[in-house]
Design a protein. Structure first.
Length: 197
């Protein structure tokens, strides 16, 4: 097996395992909706990690240097989006769901994938992380093998989080359980968003 691939696997787990707002969001989506939606959200996060690993391998130092001046606005954007998600999740916990609300937009797998992909791409620290790893290996990142390893490691971890959220969702299927999971999820997302400041 390629050393670049193993380095990518280690890097992918290194960025994915610390559970932050994205992990909580993925678990919460799985608990409130379905494993399919949670898995799609997890794959959105893994895709962003794969994109940033590719960017790092292609020109990490240059990209990291260009992102540095806009890192603060990107972080503030991520905070705003996360706080908005926390508020929407909290609102969903306290309002009574209408049985057949017209115009309701259910969370679909595609929306979950795109939303989490976009939110994860707002974190410029990820490309800096991958760039530092590639540069730390003397610029020898392992190319495509590194990117594949990082993506697969991140995807496996995100799918584990989605599966865990789905199990919790099955255990807490009643209205009260949904209220509890949505409330806890929104509080954790808000706390993690504030910690980004």
């Amino acid at each position: 097996m390629s050393t670049g691939f193993l380095a990518g696997v280690a890097a992918g787990y290194g960025i994915a395992v610390p559970v932050g707002a994205i992990g909580v969001l993925i678990a919460g989506l799985s608990a409130r909706t379905s494993l399919r939606v949670g898995a799609a959200a997890g794959l959105g996060a893994a895709t962003a990690d794969g994109i940033y690993a590719l960017v790092a391998v292609a020109g990490g130092a240059a990209v990291a240097g260009r992102i540095a001046p806009i890192a603060t606005p990107l972080r503030w954007s991520a905070v705003a989006v996360l706080l908005g998600l926390a508020a929407m999740t909290a609102w969903g916990a306290v309002r009574k769901p209408a049985p057949d609300a017209e115009g309701a937009r259910p969370t679909t797998a595609l929306r979950a994938y795109a939303g989490v992909l976009g939110l994860t791409l707002l974190n410029p620290a990820t490309v800096v992380y991958f760039a530092a790893l590639v540069l730390g290996r003397g610029g020898e990142g392992g190319g495509a093998w590194f990117v594949a390893g990082a993506f697969l490691a991140s995807a496996s971890w995100q799918l584990l989080i989605a599966g865990g959220g789905s199990v919790v969702g099955r255990l807490l299927t009643g209205e009260r359980g949904r209220q509890i999971t949505a409330s806890v999820s929104s509080m954790v997302i808000a706390i993690l968003a504030i910690r980004l400041l």
